[in-house]
Design a protein around this ligand. Structure first.
Ligand code: GLY
Length: 565
């Protein structure tokens, strides 16, 4: 941070935590700001993103810096060794999306995770070098910057290099997570690596190896990672550890600009990520299925409300498992899946008082016409551009394989493929042939970086981690604000539930749902799961109020923090 003029630092630090809305609010209001805001999983990352905008940068510059700062301070999910999706809306209303999802290596095979008995070897697809998909994050942020960025790369990257060199302070939640995964990290990466060590809350973690990697990116750009010495270094390291990624995999990796999914819900227009993420399509299907019902009269989080959402979710996730995959490999009937007549037909078996059994309900018939970890951040810049980014290494600390020379964890995104039709992945999601493994194919995601317009104006920027629960978390936050008039922070704070077709259960967060509600749903025939300490999603969102003030929803389930000016 030392490169910034002191007056600028003082200005944004002073303003970042000050509520600017003066009128009395009856509901908790998140951090507010007049001009610009970043909400992310770490305070340092949000501050660095906002500082970029205070220096004249735009939302895409802030994206570049925030993503890298998360790679330093949030190794749980922030990354250079993973991938992600970005949805944007420019201040002139233009929208688009960037796919920098990982891809299967050239040597990948459909049955690569099946053992001699033809069973899915879950350890192989989740732990260590064989679980790694070719990382896309570095390509993604450079691509976004080349297309839309204003400030030079060194101005964006230098504060992050300082952060990696000088260190970040471990939070209590980080200490807990590191304790939880240390044995697996040690088993996979050895006793010596940075995150095999024990850290207590308040300790400072310095990552000089990652600082050197960032210096190389500053000097040579994304080429260093995909075509240069780093590609050689990474592929050798991965192969030494038993993986199959070669230098050519890095050379052939591309980030793609894709048309986002866009659909209307009452007076809202929702712009979200399309395949290879299922996020936007599934969200559109669920919202299309619940649109005919008067949710407000059902009441927030009542048994009737849970029943309506659950039954729509069940049907959308059943379609997801059958139809969705990488659009460059499979034909996806997007228009039909979002068609209102199709969605009405899907709900024709819906009963407001009885659970539909997933076992008796497959995917819908479509006539084809040819035609658990992640992180999210939301950004609005002073010009009114908005960027919604979800990025991941899949599981907590990804494959648990840490590259000691480069200073980061590699993903275990290969587990998002359907390793064997009918066999659940780590999120319990069942996939079909559409999401089978093939060389250079991208694994189906649930990431749902989303932007909401109301009456044609920017209203919300939001998204969340949470594997399969991402889609339903985003859904509930939008409904909380739209139907129940909650502030952004209040909407994010609300307890959440989730259904994904199979397993045939409604999952609930531990806090916030009564025994009576559970009993009522059990009586309707639902299976209920309420895991101890279970949280569903960590939503980071921004709402633009009608007076132009930006309000954050930073999820209290994590260390998530909003900063603005
Ligand atoms: N790795 C989680 C997802 O992409 O949905």
């Amino acid at each position: 941070m030392k490169n910034y003029p002191i007056w600028l630092l003082t200005l944004y630090l002073l303003l970042s935590c000050q509520p600017l809305i003066k009128e009395v609010q009856t509901a908790p209001l998140g951090v507010t700001a007049k001009n610009a805001m970043v909400v992310s999983a770490r305070e340092e990352a949000s501050k660095i993103g906002v500082a970029v905008m205070a220096q004249g940068g735009n939302a895409f510059d802030a994206m570049f810096a925030t993503e890298l700062a998360l790679a330093v301070t949030f190794p749980y999910a922030g990354n250079l060794g993973g991938g992600g999706f970005m949805v944007y809306r420019l201040n002139n209303g233009t929208t688009g999306s960037l796919d920098y999802r990982e891809m299967a290596p050239l040597a990948a095979e459909q049955d690569m995770y099946l053992d001699d008995m033809g069973q899915h070897d879950r350890k192989l697809s989740t732990l260590g070098a064989m679980a790694i998909g070719v990382p896309g994050t570095v390509k993604g942020i450079f691509e976004a910057h080349t297309q839309f960025g204003k400030l030079p790369v060194d101005q964006l990257i230098d504060p992050v290099i300082d952060l990696a060199r000088n260190g970040y302070v471990v939070t209590a939640k980080q200490e807990e997570r590191l304790n939880q995964y240390r044995d697996l990290i040690r088993e996979t990466s050895g006793q010596q690596v940075l995150y095999a060590q024990t850290y207590k809350a308040g300790d400072t973690v310095k990552n000089p190896a990652l600082a050197s990697t960032l210096v190389r990116l500053r000097e040579e750009g994304a080429n260093a990672f995909y075509n240069g010495s780093m590609a050689e270094q990474m592929s050798q390291f991965i192969q030494t550890k038993g993986g199959i990624i070669k230098k050519e995999d890095f050379e052939q990796y591309r980030a793609y600009w894709r048309r986002p999914i866009r659909f209307s819900y009452q007076d809202l227009d929702i712009i979200s990520m399309g395949p290879p993420s299922s996020g936007g399509l599934c969200l559109g299907q669920i919202m299309g299925m619940i649109a005919p019902y008067d949710l407000e009269s059902l009441g927030h989080n009542t048994a009737a409300y849970v029943q309506h959402l659950t039954e729509a979710e069940r049907r959308a996730y059943a379609d997801r498992s059958h139809y969705l995959g990488d659009p460059d490999f499979v034909a996806i009937p997007t228009a039909q899946l979002l068609d209102s007549a199709y969605l009405r037909h899907r709900m024709s078996t819906f009963s407001p008082t009885k659970a539909t059994e997933s076992a008796n309900m497959g995917y819908g018939e479509i006539n084809f016409i040819e035609s658990d970890e992640t992180t999210h951040y939301s950004i609005v810049d002073p010009m009114g551009n908005a960027v919604s980014v979800t990025t991941t290494i899949n599981g907590a600390y990804g494959s648990k394989l840490f590259d000691p020379e480069l200073g980061f964890f590699y993903n275990n995104e290969m587990d998002d493929f359907s390793a064997k039709p009918g066999s659940p992945n780590m999120f319990g999601l069942i996939g079909g042939q559409a999401n089978a493994i093939a060389p250079k194919k991208r694994m189906l995601s649930s990431m749902t970086p989303t932007i909401v317009e109301r009456n044609g104006e920017l209203w919300q920027v939001l998204g969340t981690p949470g594997g399969s629960t991402i889609i339903t978390s985003v859904l509930q936050v939008i409904l909380n604000t739209h139907h129940f008039k909650m502030t952004m922070q209040q909407a994010v704070n609300q307890p959440r539930f989730h259904h994904q077709w199979l397993p045939d259960l409604i999952q609930f967060e531990q806090e916030g749902f009564s025994e009576a509600l559970m009993n009522s749903l059990k009586n309707q025939g639902h299976g209920i799961y309420q895991g101890e300490g279970r949280v569903i999603g960590k939503v980071d969102a921004i709402m633009r109020h009608s007076d132009g003030i930006l309000e954050a929803g930073a999820d209290p389930r994590g260390d998530d923090t909003a900063v603005g000016f």
